[in-house]
Design a protein around this ligand. Structure first.
Ligand code: PEP
Length: 261
């Protein structure tokens, strides 16, 4: 059974008080609980990482960075290294989000360097890939996903599930309120898993969590999780509201059979 990941990507939202209160509420509802098979993650803005990492101690909640430097250390003003994240007990970082590809012109090669830096310090990269609406309409979805996977993972060793999480995020579904149907997402996830099987091994491909992102809400998460290759969500807008996040954790727990209605 693969790990289900419910990851909140807060982007550049929330004051420090709001972020803190939210994390305390999650801590309060999760403390002393083990939820085998489920990892709830919050990716807040950089300045809040330390505070939230402290709240998440002794709790199933994990904190992720939204990005990382490709460089290991040195004169890179404004950058934060994987080593710095590791020293704060941060175990996950998002790389290759479509907003960074679009607004910061990040290439697959740069994303690969970031991924390698994270792995070097033992963090799990959450690698985002996904096609634009044009690319989908032109029938190029798999070609785009294959190019992104090849460009971001060439030469990258993956031995175990904690070495990589992949987030399939069709760009046309991010922040638009237009979610991929369970079937559309499943097709893309199956392609990604087959790519991993071909380029690594079947055993590894079966063990890697592939999560879906793009206008996920408590209303559509259940249908997505019902698909055989969808192992959770990377959730932007809807994750900003605590009640939504709580409900999405609950839906994942239902999927695991840990709770029943
Ligand atoms: C995201 O930012 O990764 C995302 C999927 O955003 P939203 O859920 O708002 O579409």
């Amino acid at each position: 059974m693969r790990t289900i990941i419910i990851a909140a990507n807060w982007k550049m939202n929330k004051s420090i008080e709001e972020a803190h209160r939210f994390a305390l509420e999650v801590h309060e509802s999760c403390k002393d609980k083990e939820i085998p098979g489920l990892v709830p993650i919050i990716a807040p803005a950089y300045p809040y990482l330390g505070l939230l990492a402290d709240v998440a101690k002794n709790c199933v909640l994990e904190i992720a960075a939204q990005d990382v430097s490709a460089h290991l250390e040195g004169a890179f003003t404004g950058e934060v290294s994987a080593a710095m994240l590791a020293s704060m007990d941060i175990k996950y970082a998002i790389v290759g989000h479509s907003e960074r590809r679009q607004y910061h012109h990040e290439s697959n090669e740069l994303i690969r360097e970031k991924l390698a830096a994270l792995q070097y310090y033992g963090l799990t990269p959450i690698l985002c890939i996904g096609e634009s609406l044009n690319e989908r309409d032109e029938g190029n979805t798999y070609k785009v996903l294959g190019t992104q996977l090849e460009g971001c993972l060439r030469g990258i060793n993956i031995h175990a599930p904690q070495d990589l999480i992949i987030a399939y995020e069709p760009v046309w579904a991010i922040g638009t309120g237009r979610t991929a149907t369970g079937e559309q997402a499943q097709e893309a996830h199956a392609y990604v898993r087959a790519w991993l099987a071909k380029n690594y091994s079947k055993k590894l491909a079966k063990s890697i969590s592939i999560i879906y992102g793009g206008s996920v809400t408590p209303a559509n998460l259940g249908a997505l999780l019902a698909m055989p290759d969808i192992d959770g969500g990377l959730i932007g807008g809807a994750s900003l509201v605590f009640e939504n996040y709580r409900q999405m954790i609950y839906i994942a727990m239902q999927k695991l059979g840990v709770v029943h209605d």
